[in-house]
Design a protein around this ligand. Sequence first.
Ligand SMILES: Cc1cc2nc3c(=O)[nH]c(=O)nc-3n(C[C@H](O)[C@H](O)[C@H](O)COP(=O)(O)OP(=O)(O)OC[C@H]3O[C@@H](n4cnc5c(N)ncnc54)[C@H](O)[C@@H]3O)c2cc1C
Length: 339
Amino acid sequence: MADMEGAGQDAVAALRALLGAAHVLDDADTLGAYARSTAARPTRPRAVVYPGTAEEVAGVVAIAARLQVPLYPISTGKNWGYGDATAVTSGQIIVELSRMNRILALDTELGYAVIEPGVTQAQLSNYLAEHGGELWMDSTGAGPDTSLVGNIMERGFGHSPYGNRLLHIAGLQVVLANGDVVNTGFGHYPSARTTYLYPYGLGPYLDGIFTQSNFGIVTRLGMWLMPRAESVNHFLCSVDRHEDIGAVVDALRPLRMDGTLRSILHIGNDLRVLSGGMVFPRDMVPSSTALPDELRQRLRQQAGVGAWTVSGALYGRTRQVAAARHAVRAWRWASRCSR
Ligand SMILES: Cc1cc2nc3c(=O)[nH]c(=O)nc-3n(C[C@H](O)[C@H](O)[C@H](O)COP(=O)(O)OP(=O)(O)OC[C@H]3O[C@@H](n4cnc5c(N)ncnc54)[C@H](O)[C@@H]3O)c2cc1C
């Protein structure tokens, strides 16, 4: 324990020499903020560091490797769902990448942006509104201040045809645990022109191994952008009874498989929908962690949601969307969606 504390102190001193004191914080307020968690077992980090470049990230990792101090990377730290900004175990040094928020390139012809981990949904969206011509980005339902890279590293999903985000990126730059920097796909060829277009490069395809793993710290990636859709049509189907959702999904599957539905579909039960708008009603259920059935049904009625809700959107040319809408209407009718 004493050795760990000694290594932690040495690491903080070396990190201050590398990044400057302003970017290595271990005061009680900062540590307290990063220890606040909705998880059952909150942890307290040893320090929080804010590198500003990929070279600095590599330097941070090299120090941590030398002194055997564990790191926990976050992009903007607004992860409320897959985990949160709290490190996995106490004593880790949190590497918060929000200072690295440059949009390094935008190619409006080929449809991609090269972004650093601190770039937020709102930032890229505003940038595209100004410079992106007819290009749109995929967006998640998380807030405007959440990062794109952190979400992609968690294999997050958006709501558009590009919503399976991991399948719409190319060219990761990753700092490995020994401080080496890897460029995936064609990125390791210095003059490659397809780094952000063709994710596979030659040989083994590496990108997936860095998701949900923390095997490396991603310092840059190319995110694909979609052409502005001529027409967008959202749809919802509310299913009243829990036991009917299986048949609804069975009827939906062919539309997804034959390409009628190209966007990500969201299928959530009543708890998923209710919890998006309220916290657990602890005052009404003082002694249990589960909602009693009767209260669950009452909350459902009050909120006007079914036992299950299916939502999606049609994107494309107007005639394409009209044809897809026809198929979705037939599915809704056959599935007896109540709304
Ligand atoms: C109301 C609401 C709606 C939401 N809607 C959606 C949704 O539609 N789709 C969805 O996917 N999620 C959704 N979420 C979940 C979550 O909030 C988002 O995924 C959010 O983008 C994650 O926060 P972040 O971008 O700040 O990630 P961070 O907290 O920065 O990072 C998340 C994790 O990814 C890893 N990581 C981060 N950066 C790096 C890096 N540079 N290199 C390697 N690993 C890294 C770390 O393990 C980190 O803990 C929602 C949450 C809420 C509360």
